[in-house]
Ligand binder design. Structure first.
Ligand SMILES: Cc1cc2nc3c(=O)[nH]c(=O)nc-3n(C[C@H](O)[C@H](O)[C@H](O)COP(=O)(O)OP(=O)(O)OC[C@H]3O[C@@H](n4cnc5c(N)ncnc54)[C@H](O)[C@@H]3O)c2cc1C
Length: 532
């Protein structure tokens, strides 16, 4: 039986979503935060562009709402969009109170104000940022507060294996009770008990060969919430960022949308621009259109990359607006003030995820999902740039308010059985895991990437069935490792993406298929909701 203390709230994930939820709760209750590796690692740390909020007098909430709905291609939940847009200002103030060093400028009267930048899909400048490393500034500030807070216990290098639910233990009413967690450094599976569990594990873009995401983004929360019985929605909508740096020595380095926002042009190897042929907004068209255009040109010309050129802006402007990108490129001998940057598209953002209501509640009593792991209805079929950090912050606030209200009614979880390792041994063939990792990510890239077709999806499904059988067998016989847990989760996420993509018989937002290239406007659009 478990010897662990009971937490009021167990938060799985320490990005913008997990840490802001923890900080909003910890004055009033006992909170544990788990992170798979070190606390700061996750998508949040790498976010460059910024966070949307209507702060300019010429901008309006209605305009931000409209831009978000337009990007979402008919599938956003308008009430959720309004909620998020209206809460943005409060969330930015909350971050400022926690010392996030957002970039400022002087207005005409010499007063300091937040500098706002512009990104694709936005009709106004409304992106609050900390130079070109906004996520880092947010994450480091929140981490500092979390480490100092006496109400928060932090567990780094703790990888959740599975949620523990009442039904799994044979109780009639479904409710989350805790989680089995692999302590990576001790190589031991521990049992965590909690009255409420919040999944804030981020996205799943590591399911693809090329991605802007760090290694932790393996969709674990989507997979273990699904295994526990929660519905998952809109997994076919994977956003491919159009401009990742193409360089043999640079893995997953993103060239921010803001470079195009500040005038950067996409060019073919002969120096000619092409975006105007695909969309009247050219470089400022939404990401899916830009990514597909680049993919089209790369395949048409048989080239590996295109160029992003901002050399027409003054060198000082480039260095001060994009210090991180400038330095990173310079280290690879690319001086972006004088040379165009080679770029390719890469998997970037998971629009779908665990289905939640506007308080971040999932189908399972006591289980919340916050941040990129969730499907809240904000993004619909396509996420607008810089709406995702905002979603993390707003839904952390919503979840916190709901938890503060409901906790007094939540029962104490019963004693939980310890993890059983009596029937497994150490693996003697780790190569099986690494081989399957590579194979899965490659066929997802080839068959379920930017452009899909029925045939490609069927091919991918056949492979996933085989892989799942092998993984289940392996999981049943050997002690769990982080690599095995991630592979098991990636296989589920891949299957959910393929199933969702197969169900959608049209092209909409981020989902594009050669068999149904048009958007089906003959009936109201629907979400793709998968039941476990
Ligand atoms: C390169 C890049 C640039 C971006 N730029 C922007 C931008 O400018 N603006 C914007 O709004 N969005 C941007 N995004 C998207 C945005 O960063 C993410 O959507 C957001 O940070 C997600 O935050 P999160 O808290 O949900 O997850 P993350 O920040 O990814 O955190 C996930 C956490 O979950 C933990 N975790 C995962 N699995 C487990 C497990 N099994 N057990 C225990 N812990 C686990 C991880 O360790 C980590 O702590 C960008 C993303 C990338 C990759």
């Amino acid at each position: 039986m478990s010897e662990h203390p009971v937490y009021d709230v167990l938060i799985i994930g320490s990005g913008a979503a997990g840490l802001s939820l923890a900080l909003r709760l910890a004055d009033r209750m006992k909170v544990a935060v788990l992170s798979k590796v070190k606390l700061s690692e996750g998508n949040t740390l790498y976010a460059q562009g910024g966070i949307c909020a209507v702060l300019d007098a010429k901008d309006s909430l209605e305009s931000h709402i409209q831009d978000t709905l337009t990007a979402g291609a008919g599938l956003c939940d308008p009430e959720v969009v309004r909620l998020v847009v209206c809460e943005a200002k409060e969330c930015i103030s909350w971050l400022l109170e926690r010392g996030v060093p957002f970039t400022e400028e002087r207005d005409n009267q010499g007063h300091r104000q937040l500098h706002l930048t512009r990104e694709g899909g936005h009709s106004h400048r409304r992106v609050v940022h900390a130079a070109d490393a906004t996520g880092r500034a947010v994450e480091i500030s929140l981490e500092k507060h979390a480490r100092q807070h006496p109400g928060i216990e932090l567990f780094e290098y703790h990888n959740v294996v599975d949620l523990i639910t009442a039904k799994k233990l044979g109780y009639p009413a479904q409710r989350v009770l805790g989680a089995y967690v692999l302590d990576i450094r001790q190589q031991k599976v521990k049992t965590f008990r909690a009255r409420i569990v919040a999944v804030a594990t981020g996205g799943a873009s590591k399911v693809y060969l090329y991605t802007s995401n760090p290694d932790v983004a393996t969709g674990d929360g989507i997979a273990f919430a699904w295994r526990a019985g929660a519905r998952v929605a809109n997994m076919e909508f994977i956003q491919f960022h159009p401009t990742c740096l193409y360089h043999p020595d640079a893995r997953s380095f993103l060239i921010s949308e803001a470079v195009r926002g500040e005038g950067g042009k996409l060019l073919l190897p002969d120096g000619s621009a092409f975006m105007h042929k695909f969309d009247s907004r050219a470089e400022l068209a939404p990401r899916d259109i830009v990514a597909r255009a680049i993919d089209h040109e790369i395949k048409r010309l048989g080239i590996d990359y295109v160029y992003l050129d901002i050399t027409h802006r003054p060198a000082e402007f480039i260095r001060s607006h994009f210090p991180t990108i400038y330095q990173r490129c310079l280290k690879l001998n690319i001086d972006m003030t004088r040379q165009p940057i080679p770029v390719v598209p890469a998997a970037h953002y998971t629009c779908g995820g665990v289905l939640t209501d506007s308080n971040a509640r999932t189908d399972i009593a006591g289980l919340y999902a916050v941040g990129e792991v969730a499907c809240t209805g904000l993004h619909g079929a396509n996420r607008m740039a810089s709406n995702s950090l905002l979603e993390c912050l707003v839904f952390a606030k919503q979840a916190a308010e709901d938890i503060l209200k409901s906790l007094p009614m939540v029962p104490m979880p019963p004693a939980l059985p310890a993890w059983d390792e009596s029937k497994v041994s150490d693996s003697d063939e780790e190569v099986v895991v690494s081989h399957n990792w590579d194979e899965l990510r490659r066929f997802m890239w080839d068959y379920v990437g930017i452009v899909r077709s029925n045939k490609r999806l069927q091919r991918a499904m056949r492979r996933i069935d085989l892989l799942k059988a092998e993984i289940t067998e392996y999981y049943g016989h050997f002690r769990v490792t982080s690599d095995l847990l991630e592979l098991r989760n990636l296989a589920i996420v891949a299957e959910l993406i393929i199933r969702s993509a197969t169900q959608r018989k049209e092209s909409r937002g981020l989902h594009y298929t050669l068999d149904y290239p048009q958007t089906d406007d003959s009936r109201p659009p629907t979400n793709t909701i998968l039941e476990p």
